[in-house]
Design a protein around this ligand. Structure first.
Ligand SMILES: C[S@@+](CC[C@H](N)C(=O)[O-])C[C@H]1O[C@@H](n2cnc3c(N)ncnc32)[C@H](O)[C@@H]1O
Length: 457
């Protein structure tokens, strides 16, 4: 098969990178045949080795850089960059923002055929490092020592890491402390291959506004050896800790959290604020990982909703009600819809916590619940959607088109599905006025957008 392709496996060739993939790998083409090479940047000339050839694309390894991109920067850890979730760390932050903004513009034009929409310059962070308020790291053993970090792809090998450039220092410190304490106590690490041992993952969550820390230890076994000593040492070394939670995951699985969760010490929740809204965060709650940019994103969503206080608003895919509670402060009534029951329980608790009485929450699929409301004669003035990466279900988009809210605010973590859905809404009578990209995840390839649509007259 490979004989018909323009490159052979194990061949060394010279290329110029033209683009980046969604994973941050460089894209080079040989007679139109695309090659993906981790660590290559657009504009760079390099020698590569072809390590894999498929029918539609090949994969290469960077051997030598002949011409460097002006956006290339030195990085402390190649492994963290490629496997540890920091795929763009080798690009200066200025370069990352240019890449993300261009990606949004290109996708809106190519997939959405939205030629005249205003795409604002992306809103980046002043401090793009150390922003994540949560980490969950796998635990293993090497040379008799407890280690924790990240898995090398397609392997059971853990790279021991104490310092992630995207996690808050408090989160890095917490993971390191718990790892060292467990090592000192001799708590055995879980072994994925043999399904033996105890400690599987260590998780830390930090409320940036409150300074409250939660530690979650995930074990295979129902018991934790030296449990009391562990609590004593963790609380002594990490004075910010307000909650230590034990999660039991006895299954052979890649899923981190298991079937049983109990509080080992302290509270069930830690608290945090986004703007003036207070959130109770439990070990299992979904909570945005970049609190600084979340506020920026929600403020933009609120601005695009342009509420006067008289509107009825539907917040589809509402999670724990974060956007709903922001909107409720400016709307007459907000109805949130979310598929996960526990998230809706959190949303109701968070509404109570903030004394918000004009937000109601329903459990179910947005594409089922909202059409039902519409058939029952209930409509909204403003509809906000914040779907997962796959975008909105077509049945929901059709209901929006039929319901005719005057404004739609679309919050998206995937420009491709955003563009697809905006095209459907445009064809159904809406006009996309503006799109604001927001960098919620510096050093990674992800980009968030919020779009404002109005009903055409
Ligand atoms: C991108 S998150 C947004 C959460 C929330 N708006 C926030 O900012 O925290 C998408 C949410 O949609 C929920 N979800 C996924 N499919 C759904 C569906 N068909 N109907 C309703 N909710 C769904 C997920 O559980 C998740 O909470």
């Amino acid at each position: 098969m490979s004989r018909t392709l323009p490159v052979q496996k194990n061949e060394y060739i010279e290329v110029v990178f033209e683009d980046l993939t969604h994973d941050g790998a460089g894209v080079a083409k040989v007679d139109g045949y695309p090659l993906f090479i981790p660590n290559g940047l657009p504009g760079e000339k390099a020698k590569i080795k072809v390590i894999k050839v498929n029918k539609g694309y090949g994969v290469g390894r960077l051997i030598e850089l002949y011409e460097k991109s002006p956006y290339r920067v030195d990085i402390p850890s190649e492994e963290q960059n490629q496997y540890g979730g920091c795929q763009l760390e080798h690009i200066s932050y200025e370069g990352q923002l240019i890449y993300k903004e261009n990606q949004v513009r290109q996708v809106l034009s190519r997939i959405g055929k939205l030629e005249d929409v205003v795409v604002h310059p992306i809103i980046g962070m002043d401090q793009p490092f150390h922003y994540r308020n949560k980490a969950q790291v796998p635990v293993g053993e090497k040379d008799g020592k407890l280690i924790a970090g990240f898995f090398k792809p397609r392997s059971h090998e853990i790279v021991d890491t104490d310092e992630s450039v995207i996690q808050l220092p408090e989160v890095n410190e917490a993971i390191k402390a718990v790892k060292e304490i467990c090592g000192e106590l001799g708590i055995p690490a879980y072994n994925e291959e043999t399904h033996k041992g105890v400690l599987r993952h260590i998780m830390a969550r930090y409320g940036k506004q409150t300074g409250e820390l939660m530690i979650v230890v995930v074990t295979r076994t129902a018991d934790i050896p030296f449990k009391n000593k562990l609590i004593e040492k963790v609380t002594a070394r990490l004075p910010q800790v307000k909650s230590i939670v034990h999660n039991v995951n006895s299954k052979r699985t890649n899923v981190i959290l298991g079937e049983k969760t109990s509080v080992l010490w302290g509270n069930e929740f830690i608290y945090d604020y986004i703007g003036n809204v207070k959130f109770a965060i439990s070990a299992l709650s979904f909570y945005q990982v970049n609190p600084v940019q979340t506020k920026v994103l929600y403020d933009k969503a609120l601005e695009y909703a342009n509420l006067s206080g008289e509107e009825s608003v539907i917040d589809a895919y509402c999670g724990i009600g974060t956007i709903s509670l922001f909107l409720a402060q400016k709307a007459k009534q907000v109805f949130g819809v979310e598929i996960v029951l526990e998230a809706i329980e959190d949303a109701r608790r968070n509404a109570d916590l903030n004394g918000i009485t004009n937000a109601e929450f329903a459990v179910g699929e947005a594409e089922v619940v909202i059409p039902t409301w519409y058939k029952e004669g209930n409509t909204a003035d403003v509809l906000v959607v914040d779907p997962p990466r796959k975008g909105c279900d077509e049945a929901l988009l059709q209901t929006i088109i039929d319901m005719k809210p005057t404004k739609v605010v679309y919050v998206s973590c995937n420009p491709g599905t955003l563009a697809r859905d905006l095209r459907i809404l445009e064809d159904g009578g809406y006009k996309t006025l503006e799109v604001q990209p927001v960098d919620m995840f510096p050093m990674t390839t992800h980009v968030e957008c919020v779009a404002q649509l109005v009903k055409k007259l």
